[in-house]
Design a protein around this ligand. Structure first.
Ligand SMILES: CC/C=C\CCC/C=C/C(=O)SCCNC(=O)CCNC(=O)[C@H](O)C(C)(C)COP(=O)(O)OP(=O)(O)OC[C@H]1O[C@@H](n2cnc3c(N)ncnc32)[C@H](O)[C@@H]1OP(=O)(O)O
Length: 288
């Protein structure tokens, strides 16, 4: 029996009700790289990144994340989003470095535009967003976390914008996202030195709001979400938008320039060489 036929079964409809069928339907039309569980009672969607081995963000995965965000934004029953990972050691390893190493210009351009879209969509989301950071979260992973309204992180992992360690530069909107969370001075220290912080260090500077054990991270995120959803949506959303729109507008105004800058920078011989060394070291470390 196809899923379409299954959803039409009167027994199932009677047992679950219309709302739940709709939620099930939207769950099953998602990609297998982004798992969505939208609870029709609370309006909270748990979104799990699921691209083994480390949730690195390639073009297709970014598109899937974007489509998921669009779907949830268009679903009036959805009010909150918890972003987490199906891998309990890595929240997200950041951008897929292979997208930037020896790239085709067209794909590299598309890749960067899609990342810009994900950032604008998540940073400016109408939903209350909580990152349940259940593993390491370097660079682009840290970016996703700082797009959210609240961060709960499992102890003994690392997080940060480590781009300079790879010989690349965190774009201004990565920096703006972090600055919005920890302020100018801590961002300056963290970004220039490419610091990967332990959960405790991140907590000290306010990069994460709570440090928890792995067993409770999702429950803590759900509990925190309850308090966010007690606030009337329009008041919370307008307050959020008032604070986030200046950064979104800044990227909107410089989008094409930012793409061009990225493509020019990444395709430089010196940057390709630095990325090559970094990948070699990652592979050596993975083999050990
Ligand atoms: C002008 C502007 C210019 C440029 C802006 C660019 C902005 C860039 C942003 C980024 O996000 S760059 C990516 C930064 N990410 C990292 O540096 C993370 C690197 N990875 C790690 O540190 C670790 O892998 C880990 C995330 C801590 C997980 O460690 P673990 O021990 O669990 O896994 P392992 O290291 O063995 O990796 C498994 C497997 O995955 C590959 N891998 C890891 N990270 C990436 C990645 N980001 N992209 C692609 N592939 C990645 C790794 O090589 C292993 O592969 P293998 O099994 O084939 O050897």
């Amino acid at each position: 029996m196809s899923l379409k036929q299954l959803f039409r079964q009167p027994m199932l409809r009677a047992m679950l009700g219309r709302q739940h069928i709709q939620a099930l339907r939207s769950m099953t039309t998602q990609s297998d790289k982004v798992l969505v569980d939208l609870d029709p009672k609370t309006g909270v969607a748990v979104v799990q990144m699921n691209r083994p081995p480390v949730n690195s963000l390639n073009l297709e995965f970014l598109s899937d994340i974007n489509n998921t965000l669009d779907k949830l934004h268009n679903d009036k029953s959805c009010r909150g989003l918890i972003l987490t990972s199906s891998n309990n050691k890595v929240f997200c390893a950041g951008l897929d470095i292979m997208e930037m190493y020896q790239p085709q210009t067209d794909r590299l351009t598309e890749f960067w535009k899609t990342l810009q879209n994900v950032w604008m969509n998540l940073y400016g989301s109408r939903l209350a967003t909580i990152a349940a950071i259940n593993g390491h979260s370097p660079a682009g992973g840290c970016l996703l976390a700082t797009c959210c309204d609240y961060r709960i992180m499992v102890q003994n992992f690392t997080i940060g914008l480590n781009e300079t360690q790879l010989g690349i530069i965190p774009p201004f909107w990565f920096v703006d996202s972090m600055e919005g969370v920890v302020g100018y001075r801590q961002t300056e220290l963290a970004c220039q030195k490419g610091l990967m912080m332990t959960t405790d260090q991140a907590s000290k500077i306010g990069l994460v709001d709570e440090v928890v054990t792995p067993e409770v991270v999702l429950q803590k995120a759900q509990n925190e979400m309850v308090s966010w959803l007690k606030i009337p949506d329009y008041a919370r959303q307008l307050t959020k938008s008032q604070m986030k729109m200046p950064n979104i507008n800044k990227l909107r105004a410089r989008r094409d320039e930012d793409v061009q800058h990225f493509v020019n920078f990444i395709t430089k011989d010196s940057v390709q060489q630095a990325l090559g060394f970094y990948i070699e070291n990652l592979k050596k470390k993975a083999k050990k």
